[in-house]
Design a binder for this molecule. Structure first.
Ligand SMILES: Cc1cc2nc3c(=O)[nH]c(=O)nc-3n(C[C@H](O)[C@H](O)[C@H](O)COP(=O)(O)O)c2cc1C
Length: 221
């Protein structure tokens, strides 16, 4: 049985569209196949190529790879076994105070010659107004972290790995167990690793006619 598990290989997709169309949320991971630190870092480096409002990059990641840490995470993730089996489960966080870093972040683009300091100063003015409100801070933290998580899932698929996003966890417990500062909102857990057999195939989606309207929302059911 162990030998059969080790033989199971999730093949690599050929291109971006195939990557998108093949990805599934995996429940079964091979616990016998870890990922190297370099592989974990490559996945996160890909995730950070996601877009974010003003390039604020609200996303932060905690890579949980040690067995005892995985067990602690599983205990605050309603016992979801994939947290213990996957090579890595990322705690994907959103920074509620990301806008306070904006002058530094924009300076990098000014120094790279992408836009000038006046443009940067205007952006800081706009962002300061937009993110004065805690609801906007929270919305943006979730939006950006979700963008990064999706990018990470596609990077994993492109590398022949599988991924499993999870909202089934106790955010207070996760913050406590992993010493996460107040400013970071746990947005989702994301298990990544080599597939074991038994994952569900792609699930059907709503028909395009139900989700796409042309020109006006009036036709949406
Ligand atoms: C934000 C989010 C949270 C999810 N939470 C869980 C979870 O806690 N446990 C789980 O088994 N699957 C979870 N899923 C996986 C969904 O059930 C899955 O994406 C959906 O059924 C569509 O299947 P597919 O991703 O294979 O196409 C979650 C997915 C997303 C995007």
């Amino acid at each position: 049985m162990k030998a059969m598990k080790a033989l199971f290989k999730h093949s690599k997709p050929m291109n971006t569209l195939e990557t998108i169309n093949r990805r599934i949320s995996a429940n079964r991971f091979d616990p016998a196949q870890p990922l190297s630190r370099a592989e974990v870092e490559e996945l996160v480096a890909c995730a950070t190529q996601a877009p974010s409002s003003f390039n604020l990059q609200h996303w932060r990641f905690i890579a949980v790879t040690e067995q005892q840490d995985k067990e602690r995470l599983k205990a605050v993730a309603y016992g979801q076994q994939k947290v213990a089996d996957a090579a890595v489960t990322f705690i994907v966080l959103g920074d509620l105070q990301a806008h306070t870093r904006l002058p530094d972040i924009l300076m990098q683009s000014v120094q790279a010659g992408i836009f000038d300091q006046t443009t940067a100063d205007n952006m800081v003015g706009m962002a300061t107004q937009m993110y004065a409100n805690p609801a906007a801070q929270r919305d943006e933290a979730i939006r950006s972290a979700a963008m990064a998580a999706m990018t990470l899932m596609l990077a994993a698929e492109a590398k022949g790995l599988v991924s499993g996003p999870m909202i089934g966890f106790d955010p207070v417990g996760v913050k406590r167990e992993f010493q996460i500062a107040e400013r970071y909102l746990p947005v989702m857990l994301l298990a990544v690793g080599h597939s074991a057999s038994g994952n569900w195939p792609r699930k059907p989606r709503l028909p395009l006619g139900e989700v796409l309207a042309h020109g006006t929302g009036a036709s949406l059911p």
